[in-house]
Write a protein that binds this ligand. Structure first.
Ligand code: UTP
Length: 292
């Protein structure tokens, strides 16, 4: 499976991050020294993706600007001899071809993905949610692409969560076909734990096929008026197999304030330049807090 295009739905309001996300897209909030969305785009690029399709909304165009060249800034840095920073800025501006499409109303994740249909062509594509930061090698989405290549079917990333937390996720139940891979039997969006068919939660990585777009186009909105990607995928089950798989790396829910902080601390501790100093600083902070 040739996975050249990836869709990044970034049109949500980010209500869990208010007021920080009021004027600044939550996807641009920095984790250590990069905006959250850059980690996700880098994961896709590391898996061979050449074109990033951002599904954006009013007030979010800074996201596509981040991945554009900024020639004035580059000239300024070159003139001042700041070659390291010039390299960093050029890298971000050249790592991927950028396409932006608008979701004119926040009508759900499935609706957001559908907005990218006109630029997707007739080949499989990846979907990566900026809320889910996955750190590690090989890139998580490459695992899904590999399974997509083997099966020609849509693939969903999943992770086991404590049963009481499944209500916050899409939920998958299926037949284990090899360690960490299930053929999906059932998909439910945010089920109450008592009726959830499993504790396998959908994480924001997908490899989808044009057939999923057709199913989404025929998916009616739910009671809240949103078209759910989970429901579109559920409708694909009748037409052919859908697979779910676990993935390598550590995942953070960066749409949630507490997990965002955890990502910041862990990534900072592992940072080659900042890490050692940051560790000492944290030790000082803990000592100070304990004294009080
Ligand atoms: P979320 O529901 O987690 O994100 O959707 P949100 O709506 O931005 O944030 P909260 O829950 O209010 O804090 C998951 C992903 O899908 C995108 C979001 O931008 C996020 O990356 N999304 C969601 C859209 O692009 N459009 C939508 O209509 C809904």
């Amino acid at each position: 499976m040739n996975l050249r295009r990836a869709v990044f739905p970034v049109a949500g309001y980010g209500t869990r991050f208010l007021p920080a996300s009021k004027a600044i897209p939550k996807e641009l909030l920095p984790i250590v020294d990069k905006p959250a969305v850059q980690y996700v785009v880098e994961e896709a690029v590391a898996a061979g993706v050449e074109t990033a399709i951002f599904v954006t909304a009013e007030g979010k165009s800074a996201i596509e600007d981040h991945f554009d060249r900024n020639l004035r800034l580059e000239a300024f840095l070159a003139e001042r001899g700041k070659h390291d920073l010039l390299e960093v800025v050029r890298h971000v501006g050249t790592m991927v071809q950028v396409v932006a499409v608008r979701q004119k109303e926040a009508l759900g994740l499935g609706h957001a993905v559908l907005q990218a249909a006109p630029v997707l062509g007739d080949e499989p594509f990846a979907v990566l949610l900026g809320d889910d930061i996955i750190v590690g090698h090989p890139p998580a989405i490459a695992r899904l692409a590999e399974l997509g290549r083997q099966t020609g079917a849509p693939v969903i990333a999943v992770m086991e969560v404590p049963r009481e937390e499944i209500r916050h996720y899409g939920c998958v139940a299926g037949d284990l076909v090899e360690p960490g891979v299930w053929r999906v039997r059932e998909l439910v969006e945010k089920p109450p734990p008592e009726v959830a068919p499993s504790n396998l939660a959908i994480i924001g990585r997908y490899v989808l096929t044009p057939a999923v777009l057709h199913a989404l186009a025929a998916t009616p909105p739910d009671r809240a008026g949103e078209i759910q990607l989970t429901e579109g995928l559920r409708r694909c089950l009748a037409a052919g197999p859908v697979y779910a798989c676990t993935f390598p790396g550590k995942r953070y829910d960066a749409g949630n304030k507490a997990d965002f902080l955890r990502a910041t601390v862990e990534i900072a501790l592992r940072h080659p330049e900042l890490g050692p100093g940051f560790r000492r600083m944290l030790e000082e902070v803990f000592a100070e807090v304990q004294e009080k």
